[in-house]
Design a protein around this ligand. Structure first.
Ligand SMILES: *Cc1c(COP(=O)(O)O)cnc(C)c1O
Length: 344
């Protein structure tokens, strides 16, 4: 399938002249800044942050092996999800493909933007159904959202199937790799340049332990990144986030240590869960959470709350009847969970 980015972009976005910030208009060195109506008195935070997050992108580019012009940074992954929909989907006309069950924000963003959603049920082992996906898209389908490892099921989607869809789908394929650090794979970043229609989402919210700072990473062709840059709010990544994330990225060993501990703990929790009689299925996980099917999930959920433990009730979600999603905690937290579940 021939991929034509220009045909996918909404006309208003193509014609848009982006906002030009004071920091864009003047790029040289100066000592007196009277161009942005800032307060001149140094509060530490009186200046606008770098709208292009150059230092951050340089560091992320080094870690991920990606050119800086192929990186877009957002206020969490939520922002690129929303911007992708707004850049490519004409409200009331275009549609997006969203497998179910998956991360809820794709649907929320599409609905906010009055973009039609075509849902595709995942298979019973939560993998993508390629034939059904191909039957479901039409001339107005712009985006296909794939989450791998998938939330809430925890499994990676089959790599070859995703690749097949990347080749055949005429729109943009978004592979959300929020949990990729907890797998044994590098995901799609190493082959980013093989697919002009590939957008990869990753985040600092999970493995890196920085959910509060809101930093989502998006990797794509430089042409797609340019489209997102054109429509983003100019200062979408605040200065404190840029500063702290830059420092954290220097401490990759700490992140790797947490990830190794969480993976060990995941194995412990899995092994303990299968021993509990009420637990009917422990779905294999490559993420930092485990989906289980358990008798009377809703009442189990309530009982855990009375013990001060909160997990995620997914029992109303497609293919997830009687399912709870349990995040891996500290070793102490995991032991408390297992002991309370065993005593129910
Ligand atoms: C947690 C999660 C994210 C992270 O979102 P942020 O906005 O970056 O915090 C993205 N995608 C999926 C599937 C997630 O589960």
């Amino acid at each position: 399938m021939k991929f034509d980015l220009d045909k996918l972009i909404r006309d208003n976005v193509k014609q848009l002249k982006p906002y030009s910030s004071a920091r864009d208009d003047f790029k040289g060195d100066a000592s007196v800044f009277l161009d942005a109506n800032e307060n001149p008195f140094p509060t530490e935070y009186n200046r606008y942050p770098d709208p292009h997050q150059k230092k951050l992108k340089k560091k992320i580019g080094e870690i991920k092996g990606v050119e800086t012009n192929q990186i877009f940074l957002g206020n969490g992954s939520d922002e690129p999800i929303d911007l992708l929909i707004r850049a490519f989907c004409e409200p009331g006309r275009d549609n997006v493909l969203i497998p179910q069950p998956t991360y809820g924000m794709y649907t929320v963003s599409a609905e906010v933007n009055a973009v039609t959603i075509k849902t595709i049920p995942l298979t019973h082992d939560f993998d993508i159904d390629v034939d059904l996906t191909k039957k479901t898209w039409d001339v107005h389908t712009k985006l296909l959202f794939l989450c791998s490892p998938n939330n809430p099921s925890g499994n990676l989607l089959d790599f070859d199937k995703v690749q097949m869809l990347l080749i055949e789908f005429p729109g943009i394929v978004i592979v959300d790799e929020a949990y990729i650090d907890f797998t044994n794979y590098d995901g799609f970043v190493p082959i980013l340049n093989s697919f002009p229609n590939l957008v990869i989402l990753q985040t600092l919210s999970k493995a890196w332990g920085l959910a509060s700072l809101r930093l989502g990473m998006c990797f794509a062709s430089k042409e797609i990144v340019a489209v997102l840059n054109k429509i983003k709010p100019p200062y979408n990544i605040n200065g404190i986030t840029q500063q702290i994330v830059l420092k954290s990225l220097e401490e990759i060993e700490q992140k790797n240590k947490w990830v190794a501990e969480i993976i060990d703990a995941r194995e412990f929790v899995e092994n303990e869960l299968v021993k509990i009689p009420a637990v009917q299925i422990v779905y294999p996980s490559q993420a930092n959470f485990i989906l289980i099917k358990i008798a009377n999930a809703k009442s189990v959920y309530q009982s855990l709350i009375t013990k001060g433990i909160v997990v995620r009730d997914r029992s109303n979600v497609l293919l997830c009847g009687d399912c709870l999603r349990i995040t891996i905690g500290t070793p102490e937290e995991n032991k408390i969970l297992i002991s309370e579940l065993s005593n129910l």
